[in-house]
Design a protein around this ligand. Structure first.
Ligand code: MF3
Ligand code: CO
Ligand code: CO
Length: 277
């Protein structure tokens, strides 16, 4: 059973109800989403061989402070950083550290800011110097997976349509779709109902309605979909150690389709590719 409730009267906890937000909320999400997007644009200029993920984390800390935005991940369930930085076979929730990035690495940086109570959640891939052709292909397939999912995000479609579209495309490209993590309702909470699975069946799940706000954030592997969590309790890696990539947008369902709150103002949605082979 799924209930739809007016966001204004909804208590600030995840009740399993799906909130329907108004135009004022969309404006709040636009503003929060754009702080995240601008930070991700800034990161594109920082990522290079020799730079550590801690430097990226420091940038996200400073950028938030300069823009009056709070970091959503800091102290979230005991997490101690401003970003997640997931390199190569790390699927998600990689913890920033002082190890330098090296030529050929691919890295996802996931940023969530809270601005005036609204959560803007987005992530992108970056490349470190020249990368292998296979890594370029994975990043491209993952970016297209996100955008193909977003194409389904409109009234009358279902959460299952989003998952099915992504799964059909990514598996058609002989890639593995991670099952253990999903997109989520977002807005005045970080992780709210509904879950947005990146696999599924056409027509199944929850019907999409104007006013729903959620993320789509497919994690796609060059190998099998399976993941394991390292002893730090956070870092998720591919079991077969194959490369993994992810992109994430926060979106809101409109009368005719959806609005992407976290679009790059500088058109840096995906990295420029420079390949070795
Ligand atoms: N930003 C992640 C997401 O897309 C969540 C990170 S939670 C953390 O939902 F604690 F790992 F930072
Ligand atoms: Co998210
Ligand atoms: Co995120």
């Amino acid at each position: 059973m799924v209930n739809y409730i007016d966001a204004n009267s909804a208590p600030l906890r995840n009740t399993g109800d799906i909130r329907l937000y108004d135009e004022e909320a969309f404006e709040g999400m636009r503003r929060a989403g754009q702080v995240a997007a601008r930070a991700l644009d800034g990161i594109a200029k920082i990522v290079k061989p020799g730079v550590s993920t801690q430097v990226i984390d420091d940038f996200v800390r400073d950028f938030g402070e300069e823009n009056g935005a709070l970091p959503a991940t800091l102290n979230y369930r005991g997490y101690k950083k401003y970003t997640c930085t997931s390199i190569n076979h790390v699927v998600c929730h990689g913890i920033p550290n002082d190890k330098p990035l090296k030529e050929g690495d691919i890295i996802n940086v996931d940023v969530t800011y809270i601005l005036d109570g609204w959560y803007g959640d987005s992530s992108r891939m970056y490349t470190v110097g020249a990368i292998k052709r296979a890594a370029e292909r994975l990043i491209e397939v993952t970016y297209q997976s996100l955008m193909i999912g977003i194409e389904q995000a409109k009234p009358g479609k279902t959460t299952g349509d989003i998952g099915a579209a992504i799964q059909e495309y990514a598996e058609g490209e002989r890639c593995g779709v991670v099952r253990d993590f999903c997109g989520h309702g977002v807005g005045r909470l970080f992780h709210d109902a509904p879950n947005i699975l990146h696999y599924g069946q056409w027509g199944q799940g929850i019907e999409l309605k104007p006013g729903m706000i959620f993320t789509i954030e497919p994690m796609i592997n060059l190998g099998k979909p399976h993941v394991k969590i390292l002893n730090d309790g956070w870092t998720a890696v591919t079991r077969d150690r194959s490369l993994s990539a992810q992109f994430e947008h926060s979106i809101g369902i409109t009368e005719t389709g959806c609005e992407i709150f976290t679009l790059s103002p500088e058109n840096l949605h995906k990295p420029p590719y420079d390949c070795i082979d």
